[in-house]
Write a protein that binds this ligand. Structure first.
Ligand code: PMV
Length: 353
């Protein structure tokens, strides 16, 4: 198989590798995966990688006295503290990827990781943390493999590995607009790893701000893996997957011609569709909080009156991402801090990078 580790390698006794990876926000959402395959999406998705919100991970590896079939010891520290929840995720991840990176079985690991965005700010950190870890592992592979490995291969395999940790993490390997999941109109798109968006993008979409309004800081009551599962018996699932794929076609032409108003309509529609899916699952859930709706209504009113191009999208939670052209930054930030601040616990200023 393409990503299997080749035989010719040497092993270092120990080493340290540090990598950074940005978080991302999906414009067309991945929601639902095949129940009989590992982390294979039921529709294609596209996201912007986000500057200023990222994870830095240090991976320390020490050779074991005796190699066995399992990865025996992993210690995980998040912002300097032992973290049992993340340890479980990481252990499962190492278990899944050890087939593709068999050299890992020779080591014990210590992982030290932190996010630049405030701890438990309600921003999903699994995309940036799993992708940072996948990049660390590929750096190790580069050191061990006796032949030169091309950057393109290292990224591709990092995306492939990151996907096995958290689906959306595979998009965080690249900057800019990134696609994951096969789509007939996107050359090179596939379910196994993400690719940089391969077509022309109008300049208006290369300089977008992304301001994150943190409405709720508490951990989600339903995790995204539980949410994905609910799509398997969802009465509207088939239509949702078709709709997401049609939206991708629309987005391709919007990105080319630079129609920011249509872009805005589409991303808001996608965000509300994702939430509609979770509201109509069995069991049903509601991620939005009263202040999520307060912000949405205030944005719509402001947009109508000011004619500014400002649009929202939502992740799997109550928090809001506002997207707008960088040229509008001063005016819009001033408005956010005067008219929206009371609805928010925190404001994180980032941009689509
Ligand atoms: O990667 P996961 O399993 O955490 O799922 C992410 C799902 C959404 O964030 C809601 C959408 C997306 O495409 O990122």
């Amino acid at each position: 198989m393409f990503f299997l580790y080749k035989k010719k390698y040497h092993l270092d006794k120990h080493g340290i590798v540090t990598k950074k990876s940005n978080s991302n926000i999906a414009l067309i959402k991945y929601w639902g995966k095949h129940s009989d395959k590992i982390q294979i999406p039921l529709n294609s998705s596209i996201s912007y990688s986000l500057d200023k919100v990222y994870t830095v991970t240090k991976l320390i590896y020490n050779i074991k006295e005796k190699c066995d079939k399992n990865i025996s010891s992993i210690k995980v520290f998040v912002s300097g503290k032992k973290n049992y929840f993340f340890l479980q995720k990481v252990s499962e991840f190492f278990h899944r990827i050890s087939f593709y990176c068999s050299y890992l079985r020779n080591y014990d690991f210590i992982i030290e990781t932190y996010n630049t965005f405030p701890h438990s700010s309600g921003i999903a950190s699994s995309a940036s943390s799993m992708s940072a870890l996948a990049l660390c592992i590929m750096e190790i592979e580069k050191r061990f493999f006796t032949y030169f490995l091309k950057e393109a291969f290292l990224r591709k395999k990092a995306s492939f590995l990151a996907r096995l940790g958290s689906g959306s993490a595979c998009r965080s390997i690249y900057p800019g607009l990134v696609v994951w999941g096969f789509h007939k109109s996107i050359k090179g798109s596939n379910d196994l790893y993400a690719i940089p968006y391969p077509y022309k993008i109008h300049s208006i979409f290369t300089n977008l701000m992304n301001t994150i309004l943190v409405i709720d800081e508490t951990p989600k009551k339903i995790s995204s893996s539980e949410g994905h599962k609910l799509m398997n018996n969802h009465p509207y699932a088939k239509e949702r997957f078709k709709c997401a794929n049609r939206n991708m076609d629309s987005l391709i032409s919007i990105l080319k011609i630079g129609d920011i108003q249509e872009f805005g309509k589409l991303i808001e529609y996608e965000a509300l569709s994702l939430h509609a899916m979770i509201m109509t699952s069995n069991p049903y859930f509601l991620w939005m909080k009263p202040n999520t709706l307060n912000v949405i209504h205030t944005v719509w009113e402001f947009r109508m009156q000011s004619k500014k191009n400002i649009y929202f999208t939502l992740d799997a939670g109550a928090n809001i991402h506002l997207l707008y052209p960088i040229q509008e930054k001063n005016y819009i930030l001033q408005w956010i801090y005067s008219d929206l601040i009371d609805y928010c616990k925190k404001v994180i200023e980032s941009f689509c990078c």
